[in-house]
Design a protein around this ligand. Structure first.
Ligand code: PMP
Length: 362
C-alpha cells in the first residue's frame, strides 16, 4: 500500500509506516486528551501511561531481567562515551576493544576521565581481532557490538571470563535481536536506528553498577540519579519516547516466518542481510570487504570497483526510489542500512537495482 521510497539511511532512519501513520493521526489530539503528546506535562497521567507502557514493552521484548534498570536519557551515543566513564570507571581503568570508528571514538572520549587501554584493535582489518589484552582490575570492558560505519557486528556477545563487567554500545542493532543479559553489565543505544526519532538514548544498567559516579558527573547524567527518578530527573524526550513506544508495540505484533515479535524481526533481519550479501558477493562490480564471520545484519557497506561510477550510481538509485545509500564520509563508497523497519521488498528492490545498474555499467 506504500508509495514511499525505500530509505537506507544509517540513522536517523526509516520507521514502520503504520507507526508514522498513527503518529500523524494522533498529532493534534492524543486519544481524546485534546493535546498533542508534545504538549503534555511529562508528569501528567497521560504521559506517565505512555512512558510506563513503553518501558514495560521494551523490558518484555528484550527480556530485560529485574536487576537491570532501563533509563530513557538524552545525549546520544557520543554523550554516553563520557557518561560511562563518569559513572562506572571510578577514575580507574577502562579497557576498550576497537573494532571500528565508533569504538575508536569511545576510547578517545573515555581517556579524558579514565586510564584507557585499547585491548585489541582491528586497525585496517576486516574481522574482529582475537587475543584481547584485558586487565583484571579494569572497571569495565567497552565493546561496540555493531559498528555502524564499518559494518562489523558481533554475532555473539563476547564471554569475558575475568569477572569485569562488559559494556556494549549496541546503538545500531538494539532491538534487532535478543540480548544475552547474563554476559552484560550495561548496554546503551540511541533510538534513531531501530527505535524512533533522535534525541532518546536507552541505557540498560545492572543494579550493582549504580552508585559509583565521580563527583564531577553531571546530575542529569548520573545513572543512579536518573534511575531513582524513573528517568524524570529532568524533562525526558517525551515525543521520542512516545514514538519509540509505538515502535515497541509494532515489534510485539510483528509476524514473519511463523514467528512473532522480536524472533520474527530477527529472522527477517537475517533473511534481508543474506539476500543483500549474496547479491554483492555474486557481482563483479560491487564489493563488501567484511569477513563473513562478522558481517553486520544492519549496516552493509559496499564499494563500486569503479569509483568513477559512484555519482551515477547514487543518482540512478534515487531515481529508482532507493534513498540515502551514500557511505559515511570517512570511508566513502556506499552503505545500505537495513534496520528493522526496512521490509524484505526494500532489500529485494535494492538487489534488483544493483543487478540492473551492473548490467548497464559493469
Ligand atoms: N555508537 C554507534 C554504534 C553509532 O552508530 C552512533 C551513531 N551513528 C553513535 C555511537 C553516536 O550516536 P549519537 O550520534 O546519537 O551521539
Amino acid at each position: 500500500t506504500s508509495h514511499r521510497p525505500f530509505n537506507f539511511a544509517p540513522g536517523p532512519a526509516t520507521l514502520p509506516e503504520p507507526v508514522l501513520r498513527q503518529v500523524a493521526a494522533e498529532m493534534l489530539d492524543w486519544q481524546g486528551s485534546g493535546m498533542s503528546v508534545m504538549e503534555m506535562s511529562h508528569r501528567g497521567k497521560e504521559f506517565i501511561s505512555i512512558y510506563e507502557r513503553a518501558e514495560a514493552d521494551l523490558r518484555e521484548l528484550l527480556a530485560v531481567p529485574a536487576n537491570f534498570r532501563i533509563l530513557f536519557m538524552q545525549g546520544g551515543g557520543l554523550g554516553e562515551n563520557a557518561f560511562l566513564p563518569l559513572n562506572l570507571s571510578r577514575g580507574g581503568k577502562v579497557d576498550v576493544v576497537v573494532t571500528g570508528s565508533w569504538s575508536r571514538k569511545s576510547a578517545a572520549e573515555a581517556r579524558r576521565y579514565a586510564d584507557v587501554q585499547v585491548a585489541a584493535d582491528i586497525g585496517s582489518g576486516h574481522s574482529i581481532p582475537g587475543d584481547w589484552a584485558l586487565r583484571g582490575d579494569a572497571a569495565y570492558v567497552h565493546v561496540c557490538t555493531n559498528e555502524t560505519i564499518d559494518g562489523i557486528e558481533f554475532h555473539e556477545l563476547p564471554r569475558l571470563t575475568h569477572g569485569v563487567p562488559l559494556v556494549i554500545d549496541c546503538s545500531s542493532h538494539l532491538l534487532s535481536r535478543p540480548i544475552d543479559w547474563s554476559l552484560v553489565g550495561l548496554a546503551f543505544g540511541g533510538a534513531q536506528k531501530n527505535i524512533g526519532p533522535a534525541g532518546l538514548t536507552m541505557v540498560f544498567v545492572r543494579d550493582d553498577l549504580l552508585g559509583h559516579a565521580l563527583d564531577i558527573c553531571p546530575s542529569a547524567f548520573n545513572y543512579e540519579t536518573v534511575a531513582a527518578a524513573q528517568s524524570m530527573f529532568n524533562t525526558p524526550p517525551t515525543f521520542a519516547i512516545y514514538v519509540a513506544g509505538l515502535v515497541f508495540q509494532w515489534v510485539k505484533g510483528f509476524e514473519y516466518g511463523g514467528r512473532q515479535g522480536l524472533a520474527a524481526i530477527e529472522q527477517r533481519n537475517i533473511d534481508k542481510a543474506a539476500l543483500l550479501y549474496a547479491a554483492l558477493d555474486a557481482s563483479g562490480l560491487y564489493e563488501n570487504r567484511v569477513d563473513a564471520s562478522c558481517r553486520s545484519r544492519m549496516n552493509v557497506p559496499f564499494f563500486l570497483r569503479d569509483e568513477k561510477l559512484n555519482d551515477a550510481f547514487l543518482a540512478a538509485a534515487k531515481a529508482a526510489g532507493l534513498l540515502q545509500l551514500k557511505g559515511h564520509k570517512s570511508v566513502g563508497g556506499m552503505r545500505a542500512s537495513i534496520y528493522n523497519a526496512m521490509p524484505l521488498e526494500g532489500v529485494q528492490a535494492l538487489v534488483d537495482f544493483l543487478k540492473d545498474f551492473e548490467a548497464r555499467h559493469g
